[in-house]
Design a binder for this molecule. Structure first.
Ligand code: ARG
Length: 573
């Protein structure tokens, strides 16, 4: 709502300020660091020249012009600033009516209408474990999908599976040497991983294995049937396991076009680069020289003719642009791949794709383990599935202890356990590295998902006590008189609720779901204070309804925020 409020104030100011456009004025309006200085402030320094007066005088004059304006309880100048104090009950009533009208759409908008965004996220590697490192791309990408969707964009969810490349040469060689068919059927990823680990141990002693793996990958790439069959089998078994995790998280994709999908589209991309004359030979390999851009050359083809990760990404970007005509293509991938994406986007620009400026790498920090970094090659990983299952099990214990098993027991345990893991993942700035700790992940106190979910359930239980009042408010039949809950704490809570749409927009602008997470944590904290200090169910109907309106607004906003994070909001806990 900040945007709308600023625009309204700018409208008034434009009539009394000389030499500035309405847009310029809107851009100058500030939000003071605390509400004792008003809800908005307008600095007058810039006006001194055009209006030929001391800024403080100008501020005083302007403030005087607002006498009697009903949008404000007070407008006064402090030095060279005009400080605006909103008419609080009126502002609160605006927020309530907007929430009542929009309900689960509150916080969204239509800014993205007619625009398409592709989001490439999760994108795990076949035949390798879905470990705790992958959860970041998966949940950040899923949340960005929900946020952009909420803002009216058409979103295409793409899982760019790592189902191709030299590692499949290694996997096939390893399987043939040390593998066992029945083990793979029984425990696909764990077995395949153990062969992969063994391959790297053996290759340290016998480098010839690496050559064998390269040759095997080349065969696969050339379509040799036996290699193809093994590869297909690894892929199918792995996908089964990935889908199990996606189901638990409630995550879906529109496309599973992974790296292998582009194997028959590589030649066209190579031809295009060739025709543009941007390919160069370098020691038998083919590269795009990026010296001018101060980047190392992009290796497009190895000296044995096989293609690389970036080659497939070039073909994928061309394909996505052709197929979806996107405005933005967002890649949610670890910051270790910063260079890869700079090279990729630069090569696309060199190919004359001006749409490449719509390609965005959204990096995130690394997850390490308490005893060091994770390493697939060494088999040192924490499996995401184990994390999710342990979180649900711990939640079962807590609920059993607290309230026993009711009919929603399993459902709640799942919502809260998985919600805790996802919420934690989205609590911090995505770029921060972090150390995975079982204790922290399974700690449900403090600023956690369960805390926010519990706050939501608490609001729901208050509303269950006054169903008729709630129905009247939600139908819009009653406009609660917000002068009846007028105090500083309530106003602070309602302002935060009113700023939720701005937080959602900011999260999209920064590709940063944690903006939403932080915002709903703050709302939950202020709501809990309200719940503690204020008796909601009082005899006086008008007063009761004003208070219930605050509860309705808080509950709806928290629910909408949790939905954007991909976290469930149970009505009871
Ligand atoms: N499979 C890759 C990995 O696990 C991530 C792929 C990201 N997407 C892309 N288009 N490159 O590191």
């Amino acid at each position: 709502m900040i945007k709308e409020q600023k625009e309204k104030i700018a409208g008034f100011l434009a009539e009394v300020v000389e030499g500035l456009s309405r847009e310029e004025i809107t851009g100058m309006i500030e939000i003071p660091p605390d509400t004792t200085m008003g809800d908005f402030a307008f600095p007058c320094f810039k006006l001194a020249k055009t209006m030929r007066k001391a800024p403080q005088m100008i501020a005083e004059d302007i403030a005087g012009k607002f006498a009697g304006n009903e949008m404000f309880s007070e407008v006064r100048n402090v030095n060279a600033y005009v400080n605006f104090f909103l008419n609080r009950p009126a502002a609160e009533a605006d927020i309530v009516s907007r929430i009542v009208a929009e309900k689960e759409a509150y916080g969204g908008s239509g800014v993205g209408q007619g625009k398409t965004v592709c989001i490439d996220y999760s994108s795990p590697n076949i035949a390798k474990p879905f470990h705790i490192g992958h959860i970041r791309s998966t949940v950040i990408g899923n949340s960005l999908y929900k946020i952009f969707d909420f803002l009216g964009y058409d979103v295409v969810r793409i899982n760019h599976l790592g189902d191709y490349g030299t590692q499949f040469g290694k996997m096939i060689v390893a399987y043939r040497k040390w593998g066992n068919h029945d083990d793979v059927v029984r425990e696909p990823i764990k077995s395949l991983l153990s062969y992969y680990v063994k391959f790297h141990e053996e290759a340290e002693k016998d480098p010839a294995l690496e050559d064998e793996a390269r040759a095997t990958f080349k065969k696969l790439e050339d379509g040799a049937p036996e290699e193809q069959e093994l590869w297909q089998w690894f892929r199918d078994e792995s996908l089964k396991e990935f889908n199990y995790v996606y189901d638990l998280l409630g995550i879906r994709f529109d496309s599973y076009a992974g790296e292998s999908f582009y194997s028959d589209k590589l030649q066209a991309a190579l031809d295009k680069m060739e025709n543009l004359g941007i390919l160069e030979e370098s020691q038998g390999a083919t590269v795009v020289n990026l010296e001018e851009e101060n980047l190392p050359p992009a290796l497009i083809k190895k000296n044995d003719g096989s293609t690389l990760y970036i080659t497939r990404d070039i073909a994928a970007a061309l394909y996505r642009h052709d197929t979806y005509d996107f405005d933005k293509c967002i890649y949610v991938v670890a910051s270790q791949q910063n260079l890869h994406f700079r090279q990729l986007f630069t090569v696309l620009e060199r190919m004359g794709c001006d749409w490449a400026k719509g390609c965005v790498h959204v990096p995130f920090g690394m997850v390490s383990l308490e005893d060091g970094t994770m390493s697939t090659r060494k088999g040192k990983v924490v499996f995401l599935l184990d994390v999710l299952q342990n979180a649900v099990e711990k939640t079962r214990e807590i609920i059993r202890e607290k309230s026993g098993e009711d009919e929603n027991f399993e459902e709640t345990a799942k919502a809260v356990g998985i919600g805790a893991v996802v919420f934690q993942e989205l609590s911090n700035n995505r770029i921060k590295d972090y150390v995975f700790s079982w204790d922290k992940t399974l700690n449900f106190d403090g600023e956690t998902g369960p805390y926010v979910q519990y706050t939501h359930a608490r609001a729901a239980s208050v509303l269950r006590k006054a169903p008729e009042d709630v129905a009247e408010i939600l139908s819009g039949a009653v406009k609660p008189d917000m002068t009846l809950v007028n105090n500083d704490d309530t106003y602070r809570l309602m302002s935060l609720i009113g700023r939720f749409p701005d937080a959602v927009q900011e999260a999209a602008d920064k590709y940063e779901p944690s903006v939403v997470t932080r915002h709903i944590i703050d709302i939950a904290q202020l709501f809990n204070k309200f719940y503690h200090d204020v008796r909601v169910i009082v005899d006086d109907k008008a007063e009761r309804q004003a208070k219930l309106a605050v509860v309705i607004a808080a509950k709806q906003t928290i629910a909408n925020g949790l939905a954007l994070l991909g976290v469930a909001a149970p009505e009871k806990m």
